[in-house]
Design a binder for this molecule. Structure first.
Ligand code: G6P
Length: 626
C-alpha cells in the first residue's frame, strides 16, 4: 500500500504536500516523490527512503514553487524501492506536455498496455505499472486531462486511486478511484486529495468520498492575473464516472479530530495507541451495553437480527492481526452463540472454491477496511449467497461499504503499523456479536448480565494492566539478547499467543512462534534451550492446571518462563521467572486483557533494540494488493 496526496489551490503546494506525506507515511515508506506544476512546466523530485529525505531535497532546491502538485509515499510492489521506480511517473503528450501520475493500487493488465505503448514510441524508464498508466493518459491526451483520464481508466484492469496533472492545464487536478481509497477535502480556495483523512483534517473537515469508477476534476485558479499570489481564487469541482456520466456527490463532515492523529507527548504512535486503549474501548462499548435489559445493542445489525439468530455457520475472515482477532471470534461465537464458526485467512479462503451453505454468515474483520484479500474474500462469499457482516474501524472504507450490515470498532484512527487498539476493538466487537446472538437464543439473562458488567469494567481493567508497563520493560531487558521466543496459550488464549508472537516479530525482528501450549510437546519443545524466553498465558480458567504442567515441561528444559496470570494467583511466582497480572474476568473475556501485556513486551523489545517502532522494515499498515 502507498499514500497519495495532491493539492490545487491558492497556496504553495510543496510544503503542504510534504506535511501530508508525513501524515501518510505509515502507509508506506520505501521512497517518496512529488510533482509540482506551473505555467513553465512540471518539476519532479524523488527520493529513496523516508519523506524527510524528500523534504530536504525540496528545501535545498529552494525553487520548487507552484500551486498545483501531487505526491506519493511508496511501499514497493512492482519494482524495487529505487528513485526511478518512485512516483510520480510521467508520460509525454503528443504536443510535448508532461502528464504526471501518483497511484495506489495495482494495474493488472500493465504488461499488455506496456507493449502497446512501446510500439507507439513510449520510452519506459521504470519497471512500474504506474508508468504505463501515465504513458496511456499522455497517449490519450488531446487538450482535456479529465477526458484523457476517463479514456485511460476504461482500458485499465485492476485497482487504483490516482491523482493526475498535465502542465498544459496548470490549474487542474484530476483524481479517480477503483478499489483503493481516496477522499477529497474542500478547503479554503483549495482542494486536497488524499488516501485517508489524516492528511486532510488539518486543512478542512468538509470532504467528498469518491466511489469506484468515479473521477473528479478539481480546478483552482486566480480570478485575474494580478491575484495569482494571494487571492481571491475561484475554485470549482465536478464528478463523473469513467464513462463521463455526471455524478452529484454529497459533501460530508469528517468525523476526525486533529488531536486523534497527533503524537502528543508520546514517543511513538504504537505506545500512544496501547496507552489509550481504556478510552478507545470505552468508545467502542458506548451505547452498546443495556444493563437494564441485559442486552447488547448493535444498531448496525438490528435490521438483520432474524438472519443472525437463524445463522447456521459463521465464516470469519481477515489477515494479520485481524485474523488473530477472528480466531478469538471463532471461540466466542461457538461458545456464547452456539453457532459453528471458523476463521480463515482471507487469502486462502477466496481461492479454494469455498462451500457456502444456506445460513452462512461471512464476517470480514479489518482495521483499515481496505485489505485487498479480505475484501476479495468478502465478495467471493457474498456472491455465493452469504450474508456479509463487517467488523471494521475505518468508517466508509471499502469493506464497510460492501457489507450488508456491520459494527464499527470506534477505537479512533490507528497510525502505528503494528495493530494494537484495533485488535482489542475487534475482539470486543466480536464478543458483543456473540452475546447479541447468544442472548436471543439460549444464554440465560443472568450469564449475559455478568458478561456485560465485566465488559463495562473493561476500561478500568485495561488501565490496571497498562500500569505494569515499567515492570514489563524491566523484564524484557533481561531477555533482549535472545533471538528466539515461544508464546503459548490454551483455549481462548491460544490466539492471544499467536498475536503475542506476531507483535514481537513485526517490530523487534525477533523470531517468535505462537502455538497451543499442548502442541509444544509435538516438536517445538526441541527448540527450548537454556535461557530461552517462553511466554505462557496462564490465567485462571478451565485449563489452568494443564498450562501449569506445560510450564513445568518448558522449565525442565531450561526455558525462562514469563507468565501472564490472574491477579490474586499467589502460587504462580513459584512456576514462573516473571509474571504480569491481569484482573480476573470470565474466560471468554480474557483475551481482551491478556493480549495487552504482550503488546507492551513487543513495544519495549523494539525500543530496546533501537528499531523504528512505528515504521517497521518491509511492513505497511494496510496491504491493498494481493
Ligand atoms: C497489515 C498490517 C497488520 C494488519 C493487517 C490486516 O499486515 O501490518 O497490522 O493486522 O495488515 O489489516 P486490516 O486493516 O485489514 O486490519
Amino acid at each position: 500500500m502507498c499514500g497519495i496526496i495532491a493539492y490545487v489551490g491558492s497556496k504553495p503546494a510543496a510544503p503542504l504536500l510534504v506535511e501530508g506525506l508525513k501524515r501518510l507515511e505509515y502507509r508506506g515508506y520505501d521512497s517518496a516523490g512529488m510533482a509540482i506544476v506551473t505555467d513553465q512546466g512540471t518539476r519532479i523530485l524523488k527520493a529513496v527512503g523516508r519523506v524527510s529525505v524528500l523534504e530536504d531535497q525540496a528545501n535545498s532546491a529552494g525553487d520548487v514553487v507552484g500551486r498545483l502538485g501531487i505526491a506519493h509515499t511508496r511501499w514497493a510492489t512492482h519494482g524495487g524501492p529505487t528513485q526511478v521506480n518512485a512516483h510520480p511517473h510521467t508520460g509525454t503528450t503528443a504536443d510535448g506536455h508532461t502528464v504526471s501520475v501518483v497511484h495506489n493500487g495495482i494495474i493488472e493488465n500493465h504488461s499488455t498496455l506496456r507493449k502497446y505503448l512501446a510500439e507507439k514510441g513510449h520510452k519506459f524508464v521504470s519497471e512500474t505499472d504506474t508508468e504505463v498508466l501515465s504513458a496511456l493518459i499522455a497517449q490519450l491526451y488531446h487538450g482535456d486531462l479529465e477526458a484523457a483520464v476517463q479514456s485511460a481508466l476504461r482500458e485499465i484492469k485492476g485497482a487504483y486511486a490516482i491523482a493526475v496533472t498535465c502542465d498544459r492545464e496548470p490549474h487542474t487536478l484530476v483524481c479517480a478511484r477503483k478499489g483503493s481509497p481516496l477522499i477529497i477535502g474542500i478547503a479554503d480556495q483549495a482542494y486536497i486529495v488524499a488516501s485517508d483523512a489524516s492528511a486532510i483534517v488539518s486543512h478542512t473537515t468538509q470532504v467528498i468520498t469518491l466511489d469506484d469508477y468515479q473521477v473528479a476534476k478539481l480546478c483552482a485558479g486566480p480570478n485575474d492575473s494580478n491575484t495569482a499570489a494571494g487571492g481571491p481564487w475561484s475554485v470549482d469541482f465536478k464528478t463523473t464516472t469513467i464513462d463521463n456520466v455526471p455524478v452529484p456527490l454529497e459533501i460530508q463532515e469528517l468525523e476526525l479530530d486533529l488531536e486523534q492523529i497527533e503524537l502528543g507527548s508520546y514517543p511513538h504512535y504504537m505506545l500512544k495507541e496501547i496507552m489509550e486503549q481504556p478510552e478507545a474501548i470505552r468508545d467502542c462499548l458506548r451505547g452498546r451495553i443495556d444493563m437494564r435489559e441485559a442486552r447488547v445493542v448493535l444498531g448496525g445489525l438490528s435490521a438483520r437480527t432474524r438472519e443472525l439468530v437463524r445463522a447456521k455457520r459463521f465464516v470469519l475472515t481477515a489477515q494479520g492481526t485481524a485474523y488473530h482477532a477472528g480466531l478469538i471470534g471463532e471461540y466466542l461465537i461457538e461458545d456464547l452463540a452456539r453457532v459453528p464458526a471458523r476463521c480463515e485467512y482471507a487469502s486462502e479462503f477466496r481461492y479454494r472454491n469455498p462451500i457456502i451453505e444456506d445460513g452462512t454468515i461471512i464476517t470480514a474483520i479489518s482495521q483499515s477496511g481496505e485489505t485487498a484479500d479480505t475484501l476479495a474474500a468478502l465478495r467471493e462469499a457474498k456472491e455465493r449467497g452469504a450474508l456479509a457482516l463487517g467488523a471494521v474501524n475505518a468508517v466508509g472504507s471499502s469493506i464497510a461499504r460492501e457489507t450488508d450490515a456491520g459494527v464499527y470498532l470506534r477505537v479512533g484512527p490507528e497510525i502505528g503499523v503494528a495493530s494494537t487498539k484495533a485488535f482489542v476493538g475487534q475482539v470486543a466487537v466480536l464478543t458483543l456479536l456473540a452475546l447479541y446472538i447468544g442472548r436471543r437464543k439460549h444464554l440465560p439473562e443472568l450469564a449475559v448480565r455478568e458478561y456485560l458488567a465485566e465488559l463495562d469494567r473493561l476500561p478500568a481493567h485495561i488501565q490496571r494492566v497498562l500500569e505494569q508497563s515499567d515492570h514489563i520493560n524491566q523484564c524484557v531487558q533481561q531477555y533482549i539478547d535472545r533471538n528466539n521466543w515461544l508464546f503459548l496459550g490454551r483455549g481462548y488464549n491460544y490466539p492471544v499467543a499467536l498475536e503475542g508472537a506476531l507483535k514481537l516479530k513485526e517490530i523487534s525482528y525477533i523470531h517468535a512462534e505462537g502455538m497451543p501450549a499442548a502442541e509444544m510437546k509435538h516438536g517445538p519443545i526441541a527448540l527450548i534451550d537454556d535461557g530461552m524466553p517462553v511466554v505462557f498465558i496462564a490465567t485462571k480458567g478451565s485449563q489452568y492446571e494443564k498450562v501449569l504442567s506445560n510450564i513445568a515441561e518448558a522449565r525442565a528444559r531450561g526455558g525462562r518462563i514469563i507468565a501472564v496470570a490472574t491477579e490474586g494467583d499467589d502460587t504462580i511466582h513459584s512456576h514462573a521467572d516473571s509474571v504480569f497480572f491481569v484482573p480476573a474476568v470470565p474466560e471468554p473475556l480474557q483475551p481482551l486483557l491478556t493480549s495487552i501485556p504482550l503488546q507492551l513486551v513487543a513495544y519495549h523489545a523494539a525500543v530496546l533494540r533501537g528499531h523504528d517502532v512505528d515504521k517497521p522494515r518491509n511492513l505497511a499498515k494496510s496491504v491493498t494488493v494481493e
